[in-house]
Structures are given as C-alpha cells and as structure tokens.
Ligand binder design. Structure first.
Ligand code: GLN
Length: 206
C-alpha cells in the first residue's frame, strides 16, 4: 500500500516519517502524476491560504478532488482539515476548500500563534484512548454535516472527525507521541485500497 502526503508546503515531513515508521511506503505529492496508485492521501498542517494557491498552480486541485470523490481515504490535519472542509470562515476570498469532508471550519478559531496549546485528548478509536494533542493556530470546527462522526472533542467542540474514509483533525497528530490517528487512517486507506493490496498485518500498537 502506498500513501501520499501533500508536500507543497507545511508540516508534511513528520507525516512521511510517521508513515515510514509504521512500515508504510509514503510518496511526497507535488504534481498530478504523484497521485498514481495511492490508497490514501494526507493533507498536512501549514498555511491553508498558500496551500490553496499551490493546489491550483501545481494542477493538483482537480485530480486530488477526483481522488477523494472516488473513495480514496483522506486525512487532513490543521491546515489540511481546512482544505478538506465544505466552508471556511475567516479565510481569504480566493481560498477554496476541496469540499471532501462535510464540516465548516473557522481559521485560527482557537486564536493566533500565541494561543497555540497542547492538551490530552480522549479519542474514540477502538474504545477510548488518550493521546496528546498539539494545536497550532488551529481551525475550529463550527458545524458537522449529517453522518460525520466525532472521534474526539475539546470542551464540547469536535477536534477529530470522520466521515466514511475521510478523517479531519484540528490538531497535529503527527507531532504527538502516539500513532493512533495514523494507524486508524491506514485501516481506512486499506479498506479503500485496490483488492490486490496485501493486508496490513504488521501495524503494531503504539
Ligand atoms: N492557521 C493555519 C491556516 O489557516 C493552519 C495552522 C496549522 O496548520 N498549524 O492555514
């Protein structure tokens, strides 16, 4: 199974490292041809206004949207969640989301750089599990669509959501000490992968 990480800008490297630490082959996505044969795509944190512009100039916006609509698993973290969303509040006028995950988000909804914070989260993946959440100029989820499942919340506000094979996190799971979200994502990716892909039997728990 090959998983892609959008590598136009931002915090993609920690995702690539996490995937490789789990024994999964990771492709850095910079152009449409990099999408070939992927079973899942991670959209990392970074700066969503720049990411939106680069999606257009790289020609990736349309093929990436088609890939998501075709049922390939997607994980968006922080700016990546903003890109997956249906609607963005406090974005730039020319900033367009992909509309692959039916949530609305408010950019920098938890405040700006000085308001970045870390906390423990109870995550509903294979029972309740605790993990560390790193929030950096994080987007706030202000609406979830029908069928969107909340896997973790903070003060009653969703911070990790799932709809079908699409996952979105307000925080940076790649910067904590747990691979829980990535392992869950890989299971979704495996479910959406071509039938010829061998099952992931080697994913331990950490
Ligand atoms: N505030 C950033 C944005 O709007 C996201 C920050 C992040 O990804 N850590 O894109």
């Amino acid at each position: 199974m090959n998983v892609g990480v959008l590598a136009l800008q931002g915090a993609y490297h920690a995702h690539v490292r996490t995937l490789r630490s789990l024994g999964v082959s990771a492709t850095e996505i910079r152009k449409p041809a990099d999408l070939d044969g992927l079973s899942g795509v991670i959209l990392p944190g970074g700066e969503s206004t720049t990411m939106s512009m680069l999606l257009d100039s790289s020609g990736l916006r349309q093929p990436l949207t088609e890939l998501g609509n075709s049922g390939v698993a997607m994980l968006g973290t922080c700016a990546g969640l903003i890109m997956l969303a249906s609607r963005i509040a406090d974005g730039r006028d020319d900033q367009l989301p992909l509309g692959l995950l039916d949530v609305d988000v408010q950019r920098n909804g938890y405040g700006r750089q000085l308001d970045s914070f870390e906390c423990e989260l109870d995550v509903d993946i294979n029972g309740m599990q605790r993990m560390h959440g790193v929030f950096i100029r994080a987007p706030k989820i202000t609406r979830i669509g029908q069928g969107v499942r909340v896997l973790a919340a903070l003060d009653g506000i969703p911070v990790l959501v799932e709809h079908g094979v699409c996952l979105g996190a307000s925080f940076h799971p790649e910067l904590g000490n747990s691979t829980l979200v990535h392992r869950h994502f890989l299971q979704l990716a495996e479910a959406s992968a071509p039938a010829t892909t061998p099952p992931l039997t080697h994913l331990g728990s950490r």
